[in-house]
Ligand binder design. Structure first.
Ligand SMILES: Nc1nc2c(ncn2[C@@H]2O[C@H](COP(=O)(O)OP(=O)(O)OP(=O)(O)O)[C@@H](O)[C@H]2O)c(=O)[nH]1
Ligand SMILES: [Mg+2]
Length: 334
């Protein structure tokens, strides 16, 4: 019996390799390295983009950590700028950066209003590519690439406007877009549902690819989870930078004559669903899609089009021609 016990124990021991320990190692490395996650807000002027950036930073995602300096009064955004925020939770560090952009629609001529956004997104890919091609490349390349672009649709209650279709068509080819209905507090429950449905139809009819894309679902389990998100997109959001007392608790909300709209209350609006998708459930997937799909597409195209001399890479750190990036933006994303 002793011998038998020994044999069984022995088999167990030899059969066990301990691969699962790699999970701990990965966890440890990730915790040390931390995350960089970049979100961009885009849409027509006055739809509440800057307000939503503040909402995100003031909401549960960051309440425990130090808050960045907020503008006292949110005014019209005049230039593209980013706000970063270090968040730490249970030892995991994340640098969350939100890129706020000036809205379009103010000019008489709004032709090509997507160009500054497309340019910015591509410039970040270009920066990353140049770092990668560097002979002495950094162990960790700073990642300024846009991992997710929140596109604001005005709550007209009708359909997608031609300008939104044109904008999203171009953007969807280079970055993950999550469309939202802005200022959703202006819609009734039925209007909201019907508008959402019409937007989904318009997105499909115009071949606009929004995140999460069906073709990138990795397994049936992920498909079920993502189907639920796809059925709910675009999220109807409400933003605010003010807190109010509700039943003795401080909540982020918009106070109106008829009551307080609680921004983080899923019974009131879908801001929390948006935040959970970005920060909680799909953060790593958004980073993977950015790197493996969008950046990869950019990289292949750039390396194909530029007459890169690889043997020179050791000598010249950045052998890409000046001005090529600008050319490729206008050519390939239209
Ligand atoms: N009703 C309603 N008003 C909102 C909401 N979010 C923002 N607002 C208001 O809309 C106005 C414009 O908000 P901003 O955040 O400056 O809009 P923006 O999209 O950044 O505008 P630009 O910087 O010009 O592109 C402000 O008066 C906000 O208080 C919302 O969810 N519902
Ligand atoms: Mg703004």
């Amino acid at each position: 019996q002793l011998l038998l016990t020994f044999c069984i124990r022995g088999t167990d021991l030899f059969g066990y390799i301990g691969i699962e320990a790699v999970l701990d190692q990965m966890r440890c490395k990730t915790m040390k390295a931390g995350f960089e996650f970049n979100i961009m807000v885009v849409g027509q002027s006055g739809l509440g983009k800057s307000t939503l950036v503040n909402t995100l930073f003031k909401s549960k995602v960051s309440r425990k950590s130090c808050a960045p300096d907020y503008e006292e009064k949110i005014s019209k955004t005049v230039k593209l700028h980013s706000v970063s925020h270090l968040i730490e939770e249970k030892g995991v560090k994340m640098k969350l950066t939100v890129i706020d952009t000036p809205g379009f629609g103010d000019q008489i001529n709004n032709d090509n209003c997507w160009e500054p956004i497309v340019k910015y997104v591509n410039e970040q890919y270009e920066k990353y590519l140049r770092e990668e091609l560097h002979i002495n490349r950094k162990r960790r390349i700073p990642d300024t690439r846009v991992h997710c672009c929140i596109y604001f649709i005005p709550a007209t209650g009708h359909r997608l406007r031609p300008i939104d279709v044109e904008f999203m068509k171009r953007l969807g080819k280079i970055v993950s877009i999550v469309p939202v209905i802005a200022k959703a507090d202006t819609l009734t429950i039925e209007e909201r549902q019907e508008f959402k449905e019409r937007i989904r139809q318009d997105l499909a009819a115009n071949g606009i690819h929004v995140y999460p894309q069906r073709e990138y679902d990795e397994d049936p389990e992920e498909r079920i989870l993502n189907n639920r998100i796809r059925e709910n997109i675009p999220f109807a959001v409400v933003g605010t930078d003010k807190e109010h007392q509700v039943n003795g608790n401080k909540v982020l909300g918009r106070k109106t004559k008829w009551g307080i709209i609680e921004v983080e209350n899923v019974a009131h609006c879908e801001f929390a669903n948006l935040r959970d998708l970005l920060i909680r459930s799909h953060l790593q997937d958004l980073k993977d899609v950015t790197h493996n799909i969008h950046y990869e597409t950019y990289r292949v195209r750039r390396l194909n089009e530029s007459n890169l001399n690889f043997s020179e890479l050791g000598l010249s750190a950045v052998p890409l021609e000046n001005g090529t990036a600008d050319k490729c933006e206008s050519d390939s994303h239209l």
